[in-house]
Write a protein that binds this ligand. Structure first.
Ligand code: NAD
Length: 450
């Protein structure tokens, strides 16, 4: 059995823990590896390594650090097929989805290559009488990242390339469900010339996370994952006087106006709701059908959802892969059961499908609900699976209220042929897309968070 350890100080670190977690291939349901769960002692040792490495790394010129990242970018490109296959083998998403996510991560590495320019400070002469003012951008020290299962390469790469380029050292605690890709990235960045101890990976669960939060030598923590854990991390890092950012779950709406290009809206929704089997914080899991468009939208969506080809992620014919674990599959199926009990109309039922030769894989077909209401749990809660809920709204204003009133709005899109309607659409959520005729316009509000 393959045993995944930790990666500390430029080498495999076995740690002291006897506890392990199981890693599965979601396509077959077979256990592929066990992953070590770090103890508090293992984490504290890793922090000391990263603290020591900070002394030299923070003194390197930004140009030196950028060169390492350039080389890392090259190595990711060179090894992309292997990295993508690792993602597919532990997460389950299809090859093309995994490839797209790796490219999104790579873009952050490319951004980090520009760090000499980004780190420039400012100088103001005579800000007060005979007083000049400088601002400098300096590294913080040891930083840590705690990441979710759904993007095992991309989300870690939102964090560590920038932190390292700025002169910090970094400890990553990836998801215990798919830890192999982050471990491979650690090897590649070392091969790129990063000094030992600058980037480290500790595997584990709550014990490792709590050890990171309570360690006084960690200056900042970045978290991406579910909302309850995001709150826990945020509150406890704040108590321990750390800089923290914590991004949580989401329920994204797509407003479909009666004047839209229906084919475009349906195709857009199929990709946005069922891509990566809906395991995306930016998945569009709610379609708000405005006015007369509802029946036709549901009819056209149903045809495409039924036609989705479900299968293992490495099969080129597959359009949607399995979910990450058996527990997650049961959770998503449970939500579909709840929706039926709540009285929503299940137009396409993807539960209990069996894929020939992959009978033990964690598969669910696309599910489509119509006439979902505001008070239903399937509307209020994040399902994180291939389940799209259609809500009917009588007019544009009702659609806007639905979007703005939802607790977990992360992004919203609107399909309309009327550019003015799109532009006047005001929303509290972070990311905003308008689609009309053949073009898609993207307006990013605040920060783009996933
Ligand atoms: P999760 O919250 O279960 O796990 C995230 C991380 O927290 C993992 O590393 C895990 O080991 C750790 N963790 C889990 N339970 C913990 C506990 N009790 N105490 C301390 N640490 C704990 O999330 P997940 O299921 O891996 O990922 C899916 C979630 O991530 C979804 O809700 C999704 O919307 C969200 N997500 C958000 C964004 C964004 O940008 N906002 C991006 C991707 C994913």
């Amino acid at each position: 059995m393959n045993l995944i350890e930790h990666f500390v100080d430029g080498k495999v670190f076995k740690g002291t823990s006897k506890r392990t977690g199981k890693v599965f291939n979601p396509a077959t349901g077979e256990k592929s590896s066990e992953v070590k769960f770090a103890t508090t002692d293992d984490v504290n040792k890793t922090v000391l390594v990263a603290k020591k490495a900070f002394i030299n790394w923070s003194q390197k010129t930004p140009l030196f650090r950028a060169r390492v990242l350039f080389k890392f970018k090259e190595l990711i490109e060179k090894n992309s097929d292997e990295l993508i296959k690792i993602i597919v083998s532990e997460h389950g998403k299809i090859y093309e989805d995994a490839k797209g996510s790796l490219i999104r991560g790579l873009e952050v590495v490319e951004f980090a290559c520009g760090i000499p320019q980004l780190l420039k400070g400012e100088f103001t002469e005579n800000v007060g009488t005979n007083v000049d003012s400088w601002s400098m951008r300096q590294p913080l020290g040891v930083c840590a990242g705690i990441t979710p299962f759904n993007f095992p390469a991309m989300v870690p790469m939102w964090m560590f390339p920038i932190a390292i380029a700025c002169g910090n050292t970094f400890i990553l605690k990836p998801s215990e469900k798919d830890p192999s890709c982050p471990m491979r990235l650690a090897e590649l960045i070392l091969e790129a010339g990063l000094p030992e101890g600058v980037f480290n990976v500790v595997n584990g669960d709550k014990e490792a996370v709590d050890a990171l939060i309570s360690n006084r030598d960690i200056a900042a923590i970045s978290f991406v994952g579910s909302t309850p854990i995001a709150k826990y991390i945020y509150e406890n890092c704040a108590k321990n006087e750390k800089r923290v950012q914590a991004l949580g779950g989401a329920k994204n709406h797509c407003v479909v106006m009666p004047d839209c290009d229906l084919d475009q809206a349906v195709n857009g929704l199929i990709g946005a709701a069922y891509g990566s089997a809906g395991e995306r914080c930016m998945a569009q899991s709610v379609a708000v059908a405005v006015g007369s468009i509802g029946d036709k939208l549901v009819e056209n969506l149903a045809k495409k959802v039924k036609a989705l080809k479900i299968g293992p992620g490495l099969d080129k014919k597959s359009e949607m892969g399995p979910l990450v674990t058996k527990e997650h599959l049961e959770k998503v199926e449970g939500y579909v059961d709840i929706g039926v009990k709540e009285g929503a109309n299940l137009v396409v039922d993807g539960r209990k499908i069996k894929i020939k030769d992959y009978e033990n894989g964690y598969y669910i077909g696309g599910c489509l609900f119509d006439n979902v209401k505001k008070n239903m749990r399937i509307y209020k809660e994040e399902i994180f699976g291939p389940v799209l809920s259609v809500v009917r709204a009588k007019d544009f204003n009702e659609a806007i209220s639905l979007v703005n009133d939802h607790e977990f709005g992360n992004g919203v899109s609107i399909f309309t042929r009327d550019g003015d309607t799109g532009r006047t659409f005001t929303s509290k959520v972070k990311t905003f897309f308008i689609a009309y005729r053949e073009s898609i316009e993207i307006i990013v509000r605040d920060q783009l968070i996933g």
